[in-house]
Design a protein around this ligand. Sequence first.
Ligand SMILES: [Zn+2]
Length: 276
Amino acid sequence: MKKLLFGTAGIPISTIDYSTLHGIKRVRTLGLDAMELEFVRSVNISKEKAPEVKKTAKKEDVVLSCHAPYFINLNAVEKHKVKASINRIVQSAMITSLCGGKNVVFHAGFFLKMNPEKVYKNILNGIEEVRRILDEEGIDIKLRPETTGKKTQFSGLKDLLRISAEVEGVMPCVDFAHMHARTAGKNNTTEEFREMLSQIENSLGKEGLRNMHIHLAGINYTDKGERNHLILEDSDMNYEDLLKVWNEFRIAGTVICESPNIEEDAILLQKYYRSI
Ligand SMILES: [Zn+2]
């Protein structure tokens, strides 16, 4: 079995007749192995359509995951906003599961300058509620809170590993570009990459390294963190050493490329990884 699958954040740009189904086929034609369904504005696949997506993904041997809508804050002050956030993650998970996907990525929330431990508890409660609903429905999918690009957003690797260790069925989506940007330029050397993977192994064991969901892109940042994604070659993202460390730690899972030229950088990463 292939250890690391590379794919695109959404439908490849070069897809003719732009649609989810054509996107999956295009991913296969490009020689990639995964595609993340981008529900960033809304969950845009219906229950009725999902089985067809599942069938196509299976036929083309493309692994699907999803990115839940951006409008999520499990630490919102207003209760109705927390409830709506929980619903958006649940909806994303249900549809992705019907599409045959096993991972749902989301940005868990914002710190809102509140006490970090209080924020942690609020977000933990929200994620536990999502998990409870999904378990009740018998939906087998991993919840993947993502490492975010700004310090104002929940959160870095440490918090996400803590939640993952605490709640069954939760593992981080490790966005290495975000980790680089949220620390304003750190997390970009071999030693730092090793440190991050060791942290994952210490918290989640070998399973943490063998079942990873990763985001990677070139990134532009300031002292405050992420500004925007870039093409890898136009950025200072040290992807070569990162991929060497992935290989060293024998990680497995899915790598989703979020560069603006999504499929081109996904292919670049895949090729580079295979050349190590
Ligand atoms: Zn994201």
